[in-house]
Design a protein around this ligand. Structure first.
Ligand code: KIV
Ligand code: ZN
Length: 523
């Protein structure tokens, strides 16, 4: 069966979701998890956006894209790809960022729809043709693996699109990606477009599809493209991305996996990693996965109705087209408890793919013990949240030192919050509010002088039971209109709420210094 390459763009298109900004350390964690998932290509970012984006892509190329030591028996690393507009300076930065990888790729793009050429690029068709030829050739002079995307291909004149694609292939593109940039096409249309291009593109050039979900058709369009001959699918974990998002990796992979006779194509993805990586991306981006989300939603394998439960008990296939364990959704056996030691914790974290050592392991172990004192069993899902919540605090402007709240039906809810600044000074503030969380947030606002508006607050339990860890996610908008998220986890949800809010406020500070990308992100 033909192999469909899975090109993951969570770290590039996915990060373009409003408020989904990740720190460089978080990007590296996601890249490591993508390598464990065995994606073929990681689009690690858009280096021209800012020096920090370039550095983040470079560290992924250095570490995740490094060739295994000879004789180690390890699989070859994924291709590490960087996006570049069709300009020499963008292409130079992309190359600088990925060149250390064992298998680097430059991905360059230029719009080809009349609308984009006229209003955005202000270029004629002839100018676009020349630019494509020149820039693909230039990228190819640097890197043997070059991908070209005619942006807004879904709304481009098919004859002109064929001309551009033919030119890009002659100039040296090894992959031609066809984006439905604004999620406009339907599966039959998109499939026909891919089939017509397949007939014009030489067999050794990979045809790729990249679909957005504005009409909820991204996965259907991607699958239609694959059925029509595309051999690379550009996708993101949880389907995050610009506006309504991209085609979701887990949906495309599981459709191919579950319906081999229909698609006659395979991937090399380790499907048992899907649930874990979905949780990881949700945590680091602050974008919750809806319970009814296909494949990775909390309800994806929950059977509520009596008729369904009865059917399942008689035969699993009556109502389940895939097994929860195939996507890693089976409940993990309890792993550790309050008597477990530091070494056992480190070993289990290692098995889960987290190399935690030294001071970080001390912090995680202290958190683990504090939680294990309050609840009997700590599951893998709990451990992942504890590790994720241990984001390096060194750059945090403020950390929580102490918290006390009073609430109930007698009198106004109150909160007293003590924060410690990066420079070591401690400030205390008391406040009243409509509830204990509101009171605590008001106290924090007064200390931090935050001019941020709370946009979203959500809480869910990591595992089941009254003693479960509560996981709180918040989204705030700063005075400049940027959206940042923060997350916190604790068996006490007021503590988790305060941690989440502080992290969001701290992230505003971190991302303010880490990047100037908003202006540069004109893709
Ligand atoms: O949606 C799009 O057109 C893109 C391109 C840069 C491939 O993301
Ligand atoms: Zn896109």
């Amino acid at each position: 069966m033909p192999h469909v390459r899975i090109f993951d763009t969570t770290l590039r298109d996915g990060e373009q979701s409003p408020g989904a900004t990740m720190t460089s350390a978080e990007k590296l964690d996601v890249a490591r998890a993508l390598a464990r998932l065995r994606v073929d290509v990681i689009e690690a970012g858009f280096p021209a956006a800012s020096p920090d984006d370039l550095a983040a892509v470079r560290s992924i190329a250095d570490e995740v894209g490094a060739a295994p030591a000879p004789g180690s028996g390890l699989a070859e690393p994924p291709i590490i790809c960087a996006l570049a507009r069709a300009s020499r300076s963008d292409i130079d930065r992309a190359w600088e960022a990925v060149r250390a990888a064992a298998r680097p790729r430059i991905h360059t793009f230029l719009a080809t729809s009349e609308l984009h050429m006229l209003h955005k690029l202000r270029m004629t068709r002839t100018e676009v043709l020349h630019r494509v030829a020149d820039m693909v050739e230039y990228a190819r002079s640097l890197c043997a693996d070059v991908e070209f995307s005619p942006e807004d291909a879904g709304r481009s004149d098919p004859a002109f699109l064929r001309e551009v694609v033919a030119l890009a292939v002659r100039a040296g593109a090894t992959t031609i990606n066809i984006p439905d940039t604004v999620g406009y096409t339907t599966p039959d249309e998109f499939g026909a477009l891919i089939a017509s291009l397949r007939a014009h593109v030489p067999d050794d050039v990979i045809l790729s599809v990249h679909c957005h979900d504005d009409l909820g058709l991204a996965t259907a369009n991607t699958l239609a493209g694959i059925a029509a001959g595309a051999r690379q699918a550009e996708v993101t974990i949880n389907g995050i991305g610009e506006r309504a998002g991209n085609s979701s990796l887990e949906e495309v992979v599981m459709a191919l996996h579950t319906r081999p006779a229909r698609f006659a194509a395979t991937t090399q993805i380790d499907t048992t990693q899907l649930t874990r990586i979905s949780r990881l991306v949700s945590t680091v981006t602050g974008m919750a996965v809806p319970p009814n989300k296909a494949v990775v939603g909390a309800n994806a394998f929950a059977h509520e109705s009596g008729i369904h439960q009865d059917g399942l008990l008689k035969h699993q296939a009556t109502y389940e087209i895939m097994r929860p364990e195939t996507v890693g959704a089976h409940p993990t056996a309890l792993v550790l408890g309050k008597h477990s030691g530091r070494a056992a914790l480190a070993a289990r974290l290692g098995e889960l793919g987290y190399a935690v050592e030294g001071a970080a392991l001390d912090r995680v172990f202290a958190r683990f013990k504090a939680i294990a004192d309050r609840r009997k069993h700590i599951t893998d899902a709990d451990l992942e949240v504890i590790v994720r919540e241990d984001a390096p605090e060194t750059h945090d402007a403020f950390t929580l030192d102490a918290l006390h709240v009073g609430c109930g039906t007698l009198g106004m809810p109150t909160a007293t919050v003590r924060l410690r600044s990066r420079h070591g000074d401690v400030r205390v503030q008391a406040s009243v509010g409509t509830g204990p969380v509101d009171a605590a947030y008001k106290a924090i606002d007064a200390i931090v002088d935050a001019r941020a508006t709370l946009l979203e607050y959500s809480v869910h339990s990591v595992t089941e039971g009254i003693d479960a860890l509560g996981h709180v996610t918040v989204r705030v908008r700063d005075a400049r209109g940027r959206v940042c998220h923060g997350a916190g986890a604790d068996t006490d949800i007021i503590v988790a709420s305060v941690q989440a809010y502080l992290r969001a406020l701290n992230r505003i500070t971190v991302t303010r210094t880490e990047r100037t990308r908003d202006e540069a992100h004109a893709v």
